[in-house]
Design a protein around this ligand. Structure first.
Ligand code: AMP
Ligand code: ZN
Length: 463
């Protein structure tokens, strides 16, 4: 089996993946907080997780994958003060927290499917489905002196975990200053964090609350990941991912909770995806400046072209969102499909392939992706390979198809669709272009009319 090397945020080294259970990789990805639409930055985080899964499967591992659904307890501010994002969204919309969670979970799942992100066998546990397990962990922490109760909740005592802040070498002094605003005076240190919060006694009654040994309330955001990862993947699993924003607080808190209970590493490799940003700031759900997948689709960009755009950068590189670059990526993606089809048509159906040429190409691709998921290199290699007509003296159609399938199992760009491309006559293409323009202008009547006209000429458009 090929060796996979991954950059570990904890050790700051690129390390060889050595699974805890032979032949099987357990991975946990911090999931979306389902109080609003996912934005395309969030989608980048799960495209990275998907590339990781595809890479492990590509070299022959079985993958056990978890993406949790945060449907309770994610407080607006990291300092454990302020409103729960779910409750806030429920109040604003007049819907129940449950309805909101269901709706945005469905949107999230649809986005994953549109992006061709694999979900077969993936666990999508909801935090509200693991309340008893979270209470169990908090009880354990309390019994072993890691937790204490204040007037508004139960807190983790960071002083009892000397390694606190080890992920990303967090400057606790800096964290301390950041936490002073609106701080709870009853905390022993400013970076102690909530394990369980009591329902507020004033203001509107919370929709999501549960009885507990400490009083009615709800779990803190961090404990859910410790509970669900332990339940589904065990005490130490292979890889934990999230965006870089999770390093200083959320992931250090997960480590503190889980490792105080198990006395084992929570995970062997910590991986963090860089942001998809606006030119000058992070794309974020909470400040309402985000772009949804649907927004770019309405501008004529297909989700797979967006995937192509993302794969052009390594997951650890920050990417600036730019509509012009996205359009150029869409053009490049279409050209790639067209070139694959052209090569296929050029190749002899029954020729003997040179096994070594084919194997060499496959090995090169595997080597590139196993080098900390180097998707830009795989894309560049694919282009180089299919551009060079010399290669094709040595390939049969069926072997070329196999090679493209191999590449696509990693990139997830549905490159095999290219095999089915047929020549579109010019008069039909004119109608298709006119329909795209009508859709961009949101002129649905005209776009429907054009769809019918195209249909009457024997072609069907699928978006
Ligand atoms: P959230 O729903 O906010 O909890 O975020 C879901 C995932 O998206 C987490 O792994 C975040 O770290 C990640 N994330 C949030 N904003 C961005 C962004 N602008 N670019 C890339 N990833 C992001
Ligand atoms: Zn998490």
């Amino acid at each position: 089996m090929a060796i996979i090397k991954l950059y570990n945020t904890l050790t700051k080294n690129t390390e060889v993946l050595t699974p805890v259970h032979e032949g099987k990789v357990g991975m946990y990805h911090c999931g979306p907080t389902v109080y609003d639409y996912p934005h395309i930055g969030n989608i980048r985080a799960y495209t990275f997780a998907d590339t990781l899964r595809r890479t492990c499967e590509h070299v022959g591992y079985e993958v056990d994958q978890v993406i949790n659904i945060t449907d309770v307890g994610h407080i607006v501010a990291d300092a454990d003060t302020g409103e729960d994002k779910m409750e806030k969204s429920a109040h604003k919309s007049g819907k129940s927290a449950q309805e909101i969670a269901n709706y945005f979970t469905e949107v999230f799942m649809q986005n994953l499917s549109d992006m061709n992100i694999k979900t077969e066998g993936t666990h999508f546990p909801r935090a509200t489905g693991y309340i008893d397990e979270q209470i169990e962990l908090i009880l354990h922490l309390e019994q072993h002196g890691h937790a204490y109760t204040t007037s508004d909740g139960v807190y983790f005592n960071v002083a009892t975990f000397p390694d606190y802040g080890k992920l990303g070498n967090i400057d606790l002094k800096g964290l301390e200053a950041g936490h002073r605003i609106g701080e709870n005076d009853e905390k022993k240190t400013p970076y102690d964090f909530a394990l369980w919060k009591f329902s507020p006694t004033d203001g509107p009654k919370r929709q999501q609350e549960w009885p507990s040994p400490w009083g009615t309330g709800f779990p803190g955001w961090h404990i859910e990941c410790s509970a669900m990862s332990q339940q589904i993947l065990g005490e130490t699993f292979d890889i934990h991912t999230g965006g870089i924003d999770h390093i200083p607080v959320h992931h250090n808190n997960e480590i503190a909770q889980s490792e105080c209970i198990s006395h084992k590493p929570l995970t062997n490799i910590w991986m963090h995806g860089a942001f998809l940003n606006w030119k000058d700031r992070k794309m974020s759900k909470s400040d309402g400046t985000f772009t949804r997948l649907q927004d770019i689709v309405e501008k004529g960009i297909s989700p797979l072209a967006f995937r192509y755009f993302l794969l052009q950068s390594k997951y650890r590189q920050e990417v600036v969102f730019d509509m012009e670059v996205l359009e150029a990526s869409q053009t490049a993606y279409k050209r790639l499909l067209a070139r694959i089809k052209a090569v296929l048509d050029m190749l002899p159906a029954n020729a003997e392939s040179s096994v070594s040429a084919l194997q060499k190409a496959k090995n090169t691709i595997t080597e590139m992706i196993c080098d900390d998921l180097n998707t830009p290199q795989v894309l560049a290699f694919t282009w180089e390979f299919i551009k060079d007509d010399q290669q094709f003296n040595q390939l049969s159609q069926s072997d070329f198809k196999k090679l493209i399938e191999n590449i696509d199992s990693l990139l997830g760009l549905r490159l095999t669709e290219a095999f089915k491309i047929i020549e579109i006559p010019e008069h039909i293409q004119i109608l298709i272009d006119a329909r795209s323009k009508a859709r961009q202008e949101k002129n649905w009547t005209e776009s429907d009319r054009l769809r019918e006209e195209i249909k009457s000429l024997g072609f069907e458009v699928r978006d």
